[in-house]
Structure formats: structure tokens, C-alpha cells
Design a protein around this ligand. Structure first.
Ligand SMILES: *[C@@H]1O[C@H](CO)[C@@H](O)[C@H](O)[C@H]1NC(C)=O
Ligand SMILES: *[C@@H]1O[C@H](CO)[C@@H](O)[C@H](O)[C@H]1NC(C)=O
Ligand SMILES: *[C@@H]1O[C@H](CO)[C@@H](O)[C@H](O)[C@H]1NC(C)=O
Ligand SMILES: *[C@@H]1O[C@H](CO)[C@@H](O)[C@H](O)[C@H]1NC(C)=O
Ligand SMILES: *[C@@H]1O[C@H](CO)[C@@H](O)[C@H](O)[C@H]1NC(C)=O
Ligand SMILES: *[C@@H]1O[C@H](CO)[C@@H](O)[C@H](O)[C@H]1NC(C)=O
Ligand SMILES: *[C@@H]1O[C@H](CO)[C@@H](O)[C@H](O)[C@H]1NC(C)=O
Ligand SMILES: *[C@@H]1O[C@H](CO)[C@@H](O)[C@H](O)[C@H]1NC(C)=O
Ligand SMILES: *[C@@H]1O[C@H](CO)[C@@H](O)[C@H](O)[C@H]1NC(C)=O
Ligand SMILES: [Cu+2]
Length: 439
């Protein structure tokens, strides 16, 4: 709040108090001053704006990928219930651990695969108008990502991509998805594991670490690639890459049919991409994306709005899988979406603890008080504020340690745009997306 207005209020109040004769009158005056100050402080939030609030009122057709998109949620007849993690999540329970998919083995792998199968079978068979159905998962992400919702009292459309809303929205989408899976499985400890696509090298377990996953995780997790299971998405494009590692430097113009690049080309480029996203992207603005407040028009330009990881590994992961995973209006209809985004969620969490830079989330009240609506496992609509999405422990989970050192220890050369590994010293050209579309 501007200090000039604060001090002028204080001065006026002090003058009033001085002019008040009786002691009681002065105390009353002081209280009035303080209340007034509090109101002014709220009204004059730092940037004289307000947070984005998403209601489902006035949902209109969205637009993305050169098409009008029809994705408004089903009519809701109940009351909206605020999420209060402190009350709802039992902090005496041990944190659930989201694990790296490539390190699940034996019985644990078998059980996880069959639980995914059971849960998605149920969710695929729900009627299309049930907000918990797989059909509606895709619609929900579509509505939030194609400008279907407008800011209350305006005609300004909203997108939760390309701004500071990206990480918190997707974290909470996964949080409620996990609750839904727990509910349909009758297993309150069920956890979404992550596709560790950033990790291209298997290394020995570092000395001193008791647990963790140090295997490469950058091929498609096989639990999502068995056409006999319900988590397999036939409309994605999983048959193309035949065991090749994911390519994290796909160009926007290649998105519909990414070239089959061999591992020796893809692996160093992936490291460079991760290095840029996580290490060069070492400030609040560069990693989390731009400010986005009430009254701001929908952000359509990823290069000016989004954080590093959103336009790099996140986008490439969607495009590499292809098919319905490659488009904002359909991607969340592929169960793999949640394993992909679980890794994004993990990388956001870990980003805070990496060396160097200014690695804090936004502290702006328009970030902290931005609001979303989500469906919970009982199809009740829940209101969530960003400030309740900033701690994974507060939401009851944590992540297994994985081999982030792989890209943390990459050392860039001093030539612009080229990044080398200190192990191979081979320079790599990294292309930032120049044109882009939403995923
Ligand atoms: C967008 O759609 C219009 C009409 O359907 C079509 O003429 C145009 O070629 C499309 N543009 C792109 C880039 O696909
Ligand atoms: C809305 O809720 C009322 C009361 O629970 C119920 O009678 C009515 O059928 C509901 N309408 C819709 C469209 O679901
Ligand atoms: C929204 O747009 C419609 C049609 O252009 C207009 O009539 C209406 O006044 C606008 N509403 C607001 C709140 O700007
Ligand atoms: C998925 O499995 C199919 C059938 O076994 C295989 O052809 C394909 O290469 C696999 N996809 C990936 C990306 O590994
Ligand atoms: C799947 O990949 C093939 C080969 O790369 C491509 O020709 C096809 O258009 C893709 N299909 C979809 C739905 O993306
Ligand atoms: C943060 O990243 C910038 C490049 O964006 C780099 O110049 C700077 O050295 C980094 N800071 C630290 C402490 O690593
Ligand atoms: C960095 O740049 C300096 C001056 O341009 C050059 O002498 C040096 O060899 C470069 N170092 C590397 C590792 O490229
Ligand atoms: C790469 O550099 C890091 C520190 O910058 C070091 O810890 C690591 O051992 C190096 N790796 C190799 C293979 O030289
Ligand atoms: C990066 O390295 C490649 C391969 O050595 C080289 O062709 C290219 O010119 C380099 N780019 C820059 C900007 O130095
Ligand atoms: Cu998204």
C-alpha cells in the first residue's frame, strides 16, 4: 500500500484525536482510526487490483487450437464449500509419498497398475454429465484453458495457463483427482505416482541417501502403455516412439508429428532444456510466470506469460505423447496427464531448494487470494485459494527423491544459447518455442 496514503491517514487521525477532549473519546477515535486504516489497506492492495476469481457463472464457448471449444461444466445445484486443508487433512497421518514410476517393481508395481485399471474403468463408465467422469476431466481442463470462464462482472475470459496460476491450478486439479481415485478404490492412501521424464540417466544410489529413485525415467511408463488396461488412452499416440526417450525440445511446428530423434540427440538436449527451465529459470517471475489479476485480459502468449518449465518440458511432454494429450481441450482425458503433471508438481516443489537465484513463490496478495473451483469426490464444488496450494505437506503428500542432480550439475558454456554437460562437453543447441499453442 502506498506509504503516502498511509501517513496521510495517520496524520488526519492523530489530528482528530488531539482535537478530542475526553480520554474516552480519544480511545474511540483511535479505534475508528485503526479500522479505517485496515479498510484502506485492503482497498489499496499493492497493485490496486484484485485476485482472479473463477465462478462457473456465465460459462461461454472457449477457443483454442483454431477451434471453438464447448466445455462448460454440468449445472451445479448445491452449495460451494471452501477447502480448508488445515481442517480436512489429518496432519497426524504420515505424508503419502508420490513415487517415481520407473522404480516401482514387483508386487507394488502390479498392485499400482491394477488399481489404476480399476479406478479408470469406473470413471470411464460414469455418465458423461457426472463431473467425476473421465469425459468431464477433459472438459474441465478445457474450460479452464480455453477462455470458457469469464471474470465476474466482466466479459474478460480466463486462462489458467501462461501465468502464475499455472502451478497452483494444476496442483489442486491433481489433489482432487487423487481424492477421487482414493474414493472409487476405497483406499485412502492411494497416491498418484510421477512420470520422471526429466531424468535420463541411471546412477548408483548416492552415498548417504537411504531411499530414492536413481533410475532413468524418461521413457513412457509401461503401466500407461498396456492396451488391456483402462489407464491406456487409445486416442493418444503411444505406438510411435517404440521405447525411445521423451524429447523435451519439440518445436511447436512439430507438435502434430514430432520427429523420431535418436537417444543420442534427445538426451543432451533434454538436459539442456531442464537446465534452462530449472537453473536459469531461477527467479519468481521466470519460473512461475507473469502476474495475472482481476481485469487482466486472458494471457494468450506463452512466451511473455509462462514460466520456463511450462513452455519447455511441460509442453514437450504433452506433444511427445501426442493424440489427445497434445491439446488443451482434450489432454486431461488421458490418465497419463496426471502422471505427467505430477512430475511438474514435483519440479515446482523442488525448484525452491535448488542452488542460486531468488526461488520464492509470489507473495503478492493477488496471487495468494486467487480462487478456483474444483469438483471433489462427492461431486461437491469446492473453492480453493492459491495460498492453500503452496505446501505439498499441508496437502498431505511428499515426493520420493529422484535423480535431479542429473540436470542440476550440467554446466552451461559461455556461448549464448549453447549448454554443455561437464561430462561430455558437447555443446547443444536449445530451441525455445517460437510459436506455440496451448496444451
Ligand atoms: C483455422 O481454421 C480455419 C477455418 O476452419 C482454416 O481455414 C484455417 O486454415 C485454420 N488455420 C490453421 C492454422 O489451422
Ligand atoms: C436441485 O436440487 C433439488 C433439491 O435437492 C432437487 O430437488 C432438484 O431436482 C435439483 N435439480 C437439479 C437440476 O439437479
Ligand atoms: C458483455 O458483452 C455484452 C455483448 O457484447 C454486452 O452487452 C455486456 O454489456 C457486456 N457485459 C459487461 C459486464 O461488460
Ligand atoms: C507402447 O507399447 C506398444 C506395444 O507394445 C509399443 O509398440 C510402443 O512402442 C510403446 N510406446 C512407447 C512410447 O514406448
Ligand atoms: C500419431 O502419430 C503418427 C506418426 O507420427 C501421425 O502420423 C499421426 O497423425 C498421429 N496421430 C495423432 C492422433 O496425433
Ligand atoms: C540465475 O540465472 C541467471 C540467468 O537467468 C544467471 O545469470 C544467474 O547467475 C543465476 N543466479 C544464480 C545465483 O545462479
Ligand atoms: C568463454 O569465453 C571466453 C572469452 O570469450 C573464452 O576465452 C573461453 O574459452 C570461453 N570458455 C568456454 C568454456 O567456452
Ligand atoms: C559436474 O559438475 C558438478 C559440480 O559443478 C560436479 O559435482 C560433478 O561431479 C561433475 N560431473 C562430472 C561428471 O564431472
Ligand atoms: C552451439 O553448438 C553447435 C554445435 O557445436 C554450433 O553449431 C552452434 O553454432 C552453437 N551455437 C551458438 C549460439 O554458439
Ligand atoms: Cu493445463
Amino acid at each position: 500500500m502506498p506509504s503516502s496514503s498511509t501517513s496521510s491517514i495517520l496524520l488526519q487521525c492523530a489530528a482528530q484525536m488531539a482535537a478530542t477532549r475526553r480520554f474516552q473519546g480519544r480511545v474511540q477515535m483511535l479505534i475508528i482510526c485503526l479500522v479505517w486504516l485496515a479498510i484502506v489497506a485492503t482497498l489499496l492492495s499493492p497493485c490496486a487490483a484484485d485476485p482472479i476469481k473463477i465462478t462457473f457463472d456465465g460459462c461461454i464457448p472457449g477457443y483454442a487450437n483454431n477451434k471453438t471449444q464447448y466445455c462448460c461444466p454440468p449445472k451445479y445445484n448445491g452449495t460451494i464449500v471452501d477447502l480448508c486443508p488445515e481442517k480436512e487433512i489429518d496432519s497426524s497421518k504420515p505424508l503419502r509419498v508420490r513415487k517415481a514410476l520407473q522404480c516401482l517393481t514387483g508386487k507394488e508395481l502390479k498392485v499400482y497398475k491394477s488399481k489404476l485399471d480399476k479406478a479408470y474403468m469406473i470413471l470411464r463408465n460414469l455418465p458423461n454429465n457426472d463431473p467425476r467422469s473421465v469425459y468431464q476431466h477433459a472438459k474441465f481442463h478445457c474450460a479452464y484453458g480455453t477462455g470458457a470462464f469469464v471474470q465476474p462482472g466482466t466479459n474478460i475470459t480466463i486462462d489458467i495457463h501462461f501465468s502464475w496460476l499455472f502451478y497452483p491450478f494444476h496442483r489442486m486439479f491433481l489433489y482432487f483427482h487423487e481424492r477421487l481415485l482414493q474414493h472409487v478404490l476405497g483406499d485412502p492412501d492411494f497416491t498418484i505416482h510421477f512420470w520422471n521424464w526429466d531424468n535420463g540417466a541411471t546412477v548408483p544410489q548416492p552415498k548417504g541417501s537411504k531411499s530414492g529413485c536413481f533410475k532413468a525415467g524418461n521413457v513412457l511408463p509401461p503401466v500407461y502403455n498396456d492396451s488391456a488396461t483402462a489407464q491406456y488412452e487409445v486416442r493418444s499416440n503411444l505406438t510411435r516412439f517404440k521405447g525411445l526417450p521423451v524429447d523435451l525440445s519439440i518445436l511447436p511446428e512439430e507438435r502434430n508429428n514430432p520427429p523420431l530423434r535418436p537417444a543420442e540427440v534427445v538426451l543432451p538436449r533434454n538436459l539442456a532444456s531442464m537446465y534452462i527451465a530449472m537453473m536459469i529459470g531461477n527467479t519468481t517471475r521466470s519460473f512461475l510466470g507473469r502476474e495475472y489479476r482481476y481485469g487482466d485480459t486472458q494471457v494468450l502468449d506463452p512466451l511473455t506469460g509462462a514460466g520456463t518449465l511450462e513452455v519447455m518440458g511441460h509442453a514437450s511432454g504433452h506433444w511427445w505423447v501426442g493424440g489427445i494429450m497434445g491439446f488443451v481441450e482434450t489432454s486431461a482425458g488421458d490418465p497419463l496427464f496426471f502422471a505427467h503433471h505430477s512430475n511438474i508438481d514435483r519440479l515446482w516443489n523442488n525448484w525452491h531448494h535448488l542452488p542460486g537465484g531468488d526461488r520464492k513463490d509470489w507473495s503478492d496478495t493477488d496471487f495468494l487470494n486467487a480462487e478456483f473451483l474444483f469438483w471433489d469426490e462427492t461431486a461437491t464444488l469446492r473453492r480453493v485459494k492459491v495460498k492453500d496450494a503452496l505446501s505439498i505437506e499441508g496437502l498431505g503428500y511428499t515426493f520420493e527423491t529422484a535423480n535431479d542432480a542429473h540436470w542440476i550439475n550440467y554446466v552451461p558454456t559461455n556461448s549464448t544459447g549453447n549448454v554443455t554437460s561437464n561430462s561430455s562437453s558437447k555443446p547443444v543447441d536449445v530451441h525455445f518455442p517460437t510459436r506455440w499453442n496451448r496444451v
